[in-house]
Unconditional design. Sequence first.
Lengths: 378, 397
Amino acid sequence: MAPDPNAREQSLRGWLEERFNLTEMFSLLTSFGLFPAELDARRPLREAVDEALSRPFPSYARWPRVLGILSMLLFVFLGLTGVMLAFYYQPTVSEGYASVTTIVRDVTFGSFVHQVHGWGARLLVLILMVRVWRFYFQGMYKGPREALWVVSTFLFLAAAGADFTGRLLPWDERGYWATIRGLEILAALPVVGPLFGFLVGGTNVDSLILIRFYFLHAAILPALILVLFYLNFSAVRRVGLSASPGESRAAAGVFKVHLYNMLILASLVFGFLVTLAIVLPSPFVRAADPFVTPPGVRPPWYLLAWYGFLESFPSLVPRWVRGLLLEAILAFCILLPFIDRSPGRAASERRRAILLGAVVLALWILFTWMGYRMEAAR
Amino acid sequence: MIPAAILLAAALAALAAKPVTQCTLCHPDVRVQFDRSRHRAEEVTCTACHGGDAEAIKVEAAHSGSFLGIPTRRDIPHLCSSCHSDVERMRGYNLPTDQYALYQTSRHGQLLAKGDEKVAVCTDCHGPHEILPPDDPRSSVYIRNIPKTCGRCHSDRARMSPYGLKDDPTADFAAGVHGKMLLEKGNLSAPDCTRCHGAHGATPPGVGDVDKICGQCHTTTRAYFLEGPHKEAMDRAGLPECASCHDHHKILPAEIGMLDTVCLKCHEKGSAQAKLSVEMKTLYSRASEEIDSARALVDRAAAIPLYVEDYRADLEQARTTLLESLPVTHSLDLPRVEDLTSQARTIAQRVQSELNGKLEGRKWRQVGLLVFWFYLLLTVVILLQFRRRALAEAARR
């Protein structure tokens, strides 16, 4: 069916549609989970969107299956605020702290943007971690979602990496010493530690590591996270959202409703971030002084358990063995779908796996607490 | 053969270059000490002090003629002065030549003249052979070592009791503010013993001279003190001026809290003078507290962060003005003290009120947040409406 040229020319969209495939461009949003339904790229935009939105959508496409889209939304906010911060930030030892001071003190809304960025990062890491735990406890790593599981774990690791590299950038004493503690943990890991040391130039926190962290934080890791999000949503579209056993797969509406749900969610996430940034701003601490270690130096919270594990074990076990053990646990987590190949997803069929998960979660909390206490005791 | 001959010639040449002294053949231990001294570097020989023949190898020949042996303590000052009071000879080193004259006026020199050989002579402080210049930190007369050097005798109670000296000045000095500055913090501007007592002319300052001695460094304080009524009254009563309140070796820190105790040493509690001290202290403390709370407020604002650099500079100014009031208290002139303390207080209060205003202004952010939520919820309500319509539409199909 040939489009009517006269009708098309009437609007800017029509004019553009003649020259670009707007539908194909718009479907990029779908690729990154920001638009819920797939589009038929051969049809004009309006038509394709209308068609997609009127498709039935499954009843279970809601909480807690929104953690993925929630993290993508947070990532978008982080990207926007990050770009704003990058306009003023200078990644050098001499100017880094001063430029962040300028952002949070002198630039209009600079402090607000900075706080939103900080809270967004914390929430992103937290949500991606909760997501991995949920996948585990609900057996979501089983076929055909093995790839989704692997992508999700890497997403968490990449987000944690972006958070870790971002903490150093203000060059304040909290970020500086958290980085030193974190690098000590990484250095204790066999193979990964030396490899990381080779990439960022050792564990000396200096101007070189700052510029490398900045590049990782502002270019490499966001790109990696975007790729992982793409793979994530691609996998979700292929294998579909997971229905819990016994849950109805019947249609509960159309995708248009789902789109509104997502818009409401986005508004609330934005509101939540703004509220956190204004009500609970993180304090602005002193510039890093390599010769003065402030009290309470801890690695970031997601590394506390590793820290507690590495430091509190009896020295009987060599440090590298402990490091190797951590690496083994991590590898086990990533490769879990290929280790546990039992098909059942119902809780009754995987009592042992759930027990194991509960024990690991309890240990993780215990070691986090120990890692936290370690600095309080010093 | 030829290299051996060259070596021999070189060795002979080296020997010939040094002043020939055979004394150290028998006195090697003295040589070790002497070789480190300033005298050795300036090529002063053994015979300059001990006489005799430095070139002789036999003991009898060496210890003959002008030989003095170990100079008696009584002779040492005069012996040293034979070079050190010689203006021509000292000119090249730019050294003063009045030490011997000063020494003769000192307590040490006067007692020595009376035949008391237990008093300090040159070698007691400077050492006999290993004499180092006073700017060498290893020297016994380096500024930070002087309290210990003086204390070798003056902290020995058995030795000092015949002279009626009972306290331990070295320990007292170390416990006082001057001692802490010099010995603990290494502040070389702080005074050592000689700064007040003189070095070669060491003598305790007379009662009426204390303010002059302290005033060498504490010039403004002395000026205010001289303006006040204490100078005349203390001279009449025969009290040492500064030391009456601040003590002498164990110098008390010049803190406002002193006013609570030292005034009551002479003035009765409840007297007009005691009341004046309380008033001055109150003025100072009030301003000081005001500055402290302003500083805490500035720190709080800096952690947000707000721009506080100007306020910090203001508070520095306030602190300086307040510190100026401390020397002024020596004049006992209450209006002048009040003037300075109220200046300091006014600055601190202005900083507080301006910062409080700015911090108060930040509360509007919360109001802004409420407005934000109102519009956000409005958006959500509109979206819910659209959603309902979409649901209805889907149901119709």
